[in-house]
Design a protein around this ligand. Structure first.
Ligand code: GLU
Length: 298
């Protein structure tokens, strides 16, 4: 394998917990094992919730685990790159303006469900004429922008889950740009993965559907796809997801209670795999033990 570049892309909206340490470590250990590099990317396009204090705390908590990134970037510095990618998608007819309010969309979804139809966006906005769009804008409406999905199956060989596929015909065209011009996560992530040369995207299985959508965006931007791997998520004993807000098993809390970083790293990466959790004496030893293909499929 040519030298891989992986990334860990947290939103700086809270402290890292042991469930967030999982993708951070899977990426870091993968880079370590294959002589690759690790990029830390702050996904901070949600200006209201992202805080520099959390970004600093994330770097510190990663450092405690032994993760020192080769490069650090933040999305809020890169908005003009996303603007030009969005413009290319518009020119290609893959990004189209929509004027529905959240309420209108909600009512439409309820009608579809009542008729037994899947609640997929009906693409009504694609049928608007130039005059109708002007009239809506004259009413004071500003568009949000959706990506036009091709109704086809996207398939990939997942580093964890093996042969995987998602039928994009069953998905709504995703909103990439909000009414105020700000970006949701989907497009900036793809643009950065292309622009920084990410070779392997290793992340939680809550992103499987995103992968199909993002694969179409990679292609629409003329880029080849990185490899993808989706690991299972750590949950509480009762099966709920861990939450930054609830402060579940935060890395700082564990550190303050005297737990060793290596013990956290071993637990965060070996639980939920076919290998037994065992103590290790270094991250390098852990890098030799952790195999993405041994992570259990949910
Ligand atoms: N900011 C995203 C998250 O925290 C990153 C997902 C990804 O790795 O693409 O879920």
């Amino acid at each position: 394998m040519t030298s891989p570049l992986v990334r860990f892309a947290p939103s700086p909206t809270g402290y890292l917990h042991i469930g967030n340490a999982r993708p951070a470590l899977f990426n870091w250990l993968f880079a370590r094992r294959h002589d690759g590099r690790f990029l830390l990317r702050y996904d901070d396009t949600d200006i209201a919730r992202s805080k520099p204090e959390f970004a600093a705390a994330i770097a510190e908590d990663l450092g405690w685990l032994g993760i020192v990134p080769d490069r650090v970037i933040k999305q809020s510095d890169r908005l003009s790159i996303y603007d030009s990618a969005a413009e290319r998608l518009r020119q290609a007819g893959r990004l189209y303006p929509c004027y529905e309010t959240a309420d209108e969309l909600d009512r439409r979804r309820k009608r579809q469900l009542a008729r037994g139809l899947p609640p997929i966006y009906d693409r009504a906005a694609l049928k608007l004429t130039a005059e109708q769009k002007l009239a809506l804008e004259a009413e004071g409406r500003r568009p949000h922008w959706r990506f036009l999905l091709e109704a086809r199956e996207v398939a990939w060989g997942d580093l964890v889950r093996g042969a995987s596929h998602v039928d994009c015909a069953s998905l709504s065209d995703p909103v990439l740009v909000r009414e105020d011009g700000s970006y949701l996560y989907t497009l900036p992530s793809v643009v950065d993965d292309i622009e920084t040369g990410v070779t392997h995207v290793i992340r939680g299985e809550d992103h499987v559907t995103n992968t199909a959508v993002q694969a179409q965006i990679f292609e629409a931007l003329g880029a080849s796809l990185p490899a993808f791997g989706h690991h299972n998520l750590l949950t509480t004993a009762s099966g709920e997801g861990l939450s930054k807000r609830l402060g579940h098993l935060s890395l700082r809390g564990l550190r303050e209670s005297g737990v060793e970083a290596l013990a956290v790293a071993a637990l965060a990466t070996m639980v939920g795999t076919s290998d037994a959790v065992r103590p290790v004496s270094s991250l390098d030893e852990l890098a030799g033990l952790v195999e993405l293909a041994h992570v259990s499929r949910a």
